[in-house]
Ligand binder design. Structure first.
Ligand code: FA5
Length: 317
């Protein structure tokens, strides 16, 4: 009997055997009921047998409990050599193309000496327009189809307000870039109501238009990994004078505007308490999404924002 107990493999079986011996009509229970009819020696022997059985049950019970804890641990052991994709069907994450483009742009501009700054997406009129030399009722406000809020605030239409915020906070000289989301009432294959820009601002005592063009050229060459023919067209922005729009010859005979730029207007510098006779510099504002489309060969900007995992699998990194 003791041998049988020692060989039992599960607590369920052990419990079953225990009740077949010590249960209501168990073999030992029956014998114990008859104890009064036994002589003294037989009683002593029976008691010893009971004690041995109880001990054997107790020992096996403890052993089985320990075994079950151990096998649980084994089952949940971490196999550091297992490959995730084969062990289970895990999907690996990918970087959204815009995140990838932003990371590349940030690395290049940081390397060119620009420090990164950010600003709020909900802006006030002063930072988004007035301080940038776009007074109320100025026709240039129509160039930005603005989302206004009931409070009078607005969703920033460009990253240029961060020029103002940064100079108000840190003064000049300053050399920064500002990536971020921007908003306009626009919607087609190359315009999205939410898009991204990155701004550059470089103000010091001896900054010229040639520095601006040089930096744009260097940036474009490094971002796209090759040189392009570049065309500098005169343009108009209220916050720069002169203003330019750089185009790159994307394919032979095909020119593409990549953003706006210019020498910061003296009124903008005055609005942040800087003397334009002492300090001057340039600013530029490029469309991040457009540049990512070009670089990665995508043709509809709206795909960036649909959150379609199949598209991301195809175009992510
Ligand atoms: C501006 O927003 C100026 N703040 C740029 C600037 C900064 C000029 C500093 C001078 C000095 P513009 O409206 O042209 O300029 O927009 C700049 C770029 O943002 C465009 O060339 C385009 O690439 C991108 N862009 C504009 N609207 C959208 C849109 N709805 N969807 C996607 N990209 C857009």
């Amino acid at each position: 009997m003791i041998e049988q107990i020692r060989n039992i493999k599960s607590t369920e079986e052990l419990t079953a055997l225990h009740s077949s011996i010590f249960g209501k009509n168990g073999s030992m229970t029956v014998r114990l009921k008859d104890m009064k009819n036994l002589d003294n020696d037989a009683r002593v022997l029976l008691n010893a047998e009971v004690a041995d059985l109880r001990e054997a049950f107790k020992v096996r019970q403890t052993q089985l409990e320990e075994l079950s804890v151990l096998s649980g641990l084994k089952a949940h052991k971490l196999d550091a050599t297992a490959k995730f994709d084969t062990a289970r069907n895990f999907d690996t994450g990918k970087l959204h193309p815009l995140s990838q483009a932003l990371a590349e742009i940030s690395a290049i501009l940081a390397d060119m000496g620009y420090e990164m700054r950010t600003g709020p997406e909900i802006e006030n009129d002063w930072h988004n327009f007035t301080a940038l030399n776009v007074p109320p009722h100025h026709p240039a406000r129509d160039m930005h189809d603005t989302f206004f809020m009931e409070s009078g605030n607005l969703l920033r239409t460009h990253t240029s307000p961060v020029q103002i915020r940064s100079m108000e906070k840190d003064g000049v000289p300053i050399k920064i870039f500002v990536p971020g989301a921007t908003y306009r009432r626009d919607m087609d294959a190359t315009h999205s109501p939410m898009f991204h820009q990155f701004e550059g601002l470089n103000i010091d005592k001896n900054i010229t238009l040639a520095d601006l063009i040089g930096d744009i050229k260097e940036f474009v060459t490094r971002f796209f990994g090759r040189e392009f023919n570049m065309r500098i067209r005169p343009s108009y922005f209220p916050f720069t004078e002169p203003s330019i729009e750089p185009d790159i010859e994307w394919q032979p005979g095909k020119w593409l505007e990549i953003g706006g730029a210019g020498m910061v207007h003296p009124n903008v510098l005055r609005n942040v308490g800087v003397d334009p006779n002492e300090y001057q510099g340039f600013a530029f504002g490029f469309g991040l999404d457009r540049m990512a489309m070009l670089k990665y060969g995508l043709n509809d900007l709206r795909e960036f924002f649909k959150g379609d995992v199949r598209w991301l699998k195809q175009n992510g990194f």
